[in-house]
Structures are given as structure tokens and as C-alpha cells.
Ligand binder design. Structure first.
Ligand SMILES: [Zn+2]
Length: 84
């Protein structure tokens, strides 16, 4: 959680102040991540997710051991948000 707070401060210029962007992990699929605004996955999935301490900047990073996966729909929507 400390991690996230630090990260959010750093990215303050990029995103709307009223919403907090975080990364959440699917409860049923291990190492499958979604972007979430105020705790709700932005792709609108009905899958259960749980909070992580993964910094938003780490989105897309895949380690050799874990092979993290990232929701393609969340990626699309996040890119749209950034482009505006
Ligand atoms: Zn998603």
C-alpha cells in the first residue's frame, strides 16, 4: 500500500484527481492483472479481483518465473485514457 501511495503522487499530473488508478489481481486466475479505478476493473470484468501492491508503472512487466498476464481490455482502455 505504501508503494501505491508513492506511485500515485508521482503520476498525479497524468490522471484525473478524483479517481485512484491501481492494479488488481484476478482471484481465480493467478498472476492475471487488471487496471482498476477506485477499486473497479476498468474493463468491466465480473471476475473477482483483489488489491495488489504492484505499482501502476509496472503494468506489462513479465518476469521469467511468473509470466504475469495483463488484461488486454484494460490495456486498451488505459491507453485511451492516457491519449485523452
Ligand atoms: Zn481487465
Amino acid at each position: 500500500m505504501l508503494f501505491l501511495k508513492r506511485n500515485q503522487k508521482r503520476n498525479q499530473k497524468k490522471k484525473p484527481k478524483e479517481s485512484v488508478l491501481t492494479i488488481r489481481e484476478n482471484v481465480t486466475s493467478m498472476w492475471f492483472y487488471h487496471f482498476a479505478l477506485d477499486g473497479k476493473p476498468i474493463c468491466g470484468t465480473s471476475d473477482l479481483t483483489m488489491p495488489t501492491n504492484v505499482p501502476v508503472d509496472a503494468w506489462g512487466w513479465v518476469s521469467d518465473h511468473i509470466h504475469e498476464r495483463y488484461c488486454p481490455e484494460c490495456t486498451k482502455r488505459y491507453n485511451k485514457m492516457n491519449i485523452g
